[in-house]
Design a protein around this ligand. Structure first.
Ligand SMILES: Nc1ncnc2c1ncn2[C@@H]1O[C@H](COP(=O)(O)OP(=O)(O)O)[C@@H](O)[C@H]1O
Ligand SMILES: Cc1cn([C@H]2C[C@H](O)[C@@H](COP(=O)(O)OP(=O)(O)O)O2)c(=O)[nH]c1=O
Length: 209
């Protein structure tokens, strides 16, 4: 068997809240499964029993910025150990709603965490390891806020942030993409879902036909 068939791949979805990741994740997973891949769909913060408990705190409990960054990485450490690495080692594909680029975007970009501290945490938790592909759903905070308002869901600690916070988060994602264009692809999320889906699947197909 060729390596392409047996090796698991790690794909992550990123973007500001309300950019439209969730429905596209479902479409990608369905597409991959249709091709016979075995897919483990997960999310951050979360993805493990402990990670989901940390998620509750992270989304609702006010805390110091560095505590927030360390808890994101604590949840990620667990996620890598008990879920992501075992799945990839077993040849499964892992599709995650967010990973470390989100910490760069939200905690460094949005909140002003020292980038050297981010880099140290990343180096501690996953040295030399990055997703095989990261899709950044790029949308203006204005459009994203309109979409979120339409859902009627109660906003969490992040979703309650002001527009300038999301401008910084968006900028940090674009910075991350510019720094690593081979891994991070930016998708214009201000289009209809079918068009976005088509572009997303084309990117994945091009990489792993
Ligand atoms: N391309 C799109 N155009 C218009 N509305 C969209 C689009 N994609 C998603 N939405 C809607 O916007 C809201 C937020 O989408 P969601 O996928 O939950 O975003 P995210 O997971 O990035 O926070 C949902 O109500 C969803 O139906
Ligand atoms: C993974 C991660 C998420 N976050 C934030 C971004 C989101 O606002 C929130 C949860 O992400 P998400 O699951 O996308 O939220 P929702 O289910 O409401 O669409 O956590 C960070 O600030 N840093 C991180 O490292």
């Amino acid at each position: 068997m060729s390596e392409g068939v047996t090796k698991g791949r790690f794909i992550t979805f990123e973007g500001i809240d309300g950019a439209g990741k969730s429905s596209q994740i479902a479409a990608l997973v369905a597409h991959l499964e249709g091709k016979g891949r075995v897919v483990d769909q997960t999310r951050e913060p979360g993805g493990t029993e402990l990670g989901e408990r940390l998620r509750e705190l992270l989304l609702h409990q006010p805390m110091h910025l560095e505590t927030e960054a360390m808890l994101m990485f604590a949840a990620r450490r667990e996620h890598l150990a008990v879920r992501i690495r075992p799945a990839l080692d077993a040849g499964r594909w892992v599709v995650s709603d967010r990973f470390s680029d989100a910490t760069y975007a939200y905690q460094v970009g949005g909140r002003g965490l020292d980038p050297a501290k981010f880099a140290a945490l990343e180096q501690w938790v996953h040295p030399g390891f990055q997703p095989d592909l990261t899709l950044v759903f790029d949308l203006s905070p204005e459009r994203a806020a309109q979409r979120l308002a339409g859902t009627g869901n109660a906003p969490d600690r992040f979703e309650r942030e002001r527009r300038d916070f999301f401008e910084r988060v968006r900028g940090a994602y674009l910075e991350r993409a510019a720094a690593d264009p081979g891994r991070v692809r930016v998708i214009d999320a201000d289009r209809d879902p079918a068009t976005i889906r088509g572009e997303m699947l084309a990117i994945v197909e091009e990489r792993w036909p």
